[in-house]
Write a protein that binds this ligand. Structure first.
Ligand code: MG
Length: 157
């Protein structure tokens, strides 16, 4: 058994025009997150946890922001690519647990769909993928609604 941790954060983009994508789900919200890919902070934290458990580096090393291939790319695709590399090492996901910290929007209505989307990419039952949404109680940059952060732990076997 091997355990990995992942953390990611993205700021909200200035102005409109960006979709808010979390865990592969498009969430209705006036602002999207800024980033080179679709800025899916949930998928990014999980990708780093899985890569970390396999000691395969991190998402930035595997998919550099300087590479135009990943511009506006779906982060589910990045997760899929990373997990292929992990499986090629003879490892498979046993379980993962995520906390998403956002003052808004409210995440609870979207958690089930996020779990389904991520589980499909990871070839597991949604029961293996846990996601919890939290606010930051109004404190700091998350509390001011400047961005969203996510923490993930993944267990590989
Ligand atoms: Mg990221």
């Amino acid at each position: 058994m091997r355990v990995g941790i992942g953390y990611d954060s993205h700021r909200f983009a200035d102005g409109g025009g960006r979709k808010l994508i979390l865990g592969g789900v498009e969430i209705p919200h006036p602002q999207g997150l800024a980033g080179h890919s679709d800025a899916d902070v949930v998928a990014h934290a999980l990708t780093d946890a899985i890569l970390g458990a396999a000691a395969l580096g991190d998402i930035g090393g595997m998919f550099p922001e300087t590479d135009p291939r990943w511009k506006d790319c779906s982060s589910l695709y990045l997760l899929d690519e990373a997990y292929r590399a992990v499986r090629a090492r003879g490892l498979a996901l046993a379980q993962c647990d995520l906390t998403v910290i956002a003052e808004r929007p409210r995440l609870a209505p979207h958690v089930a769909e996020m779990r389904r989307k991520l589980a499909t990419v990871l070839l597991v039952d949604p029961g293996v993928v846990s996601i919890k949404g939290k606010t930051n109680e109004g404190m700091g940059w998350i509390g001011r609604g400047e961005g969203i952060a996510a923490i993930a732990v993944a267990l590989l076997e």
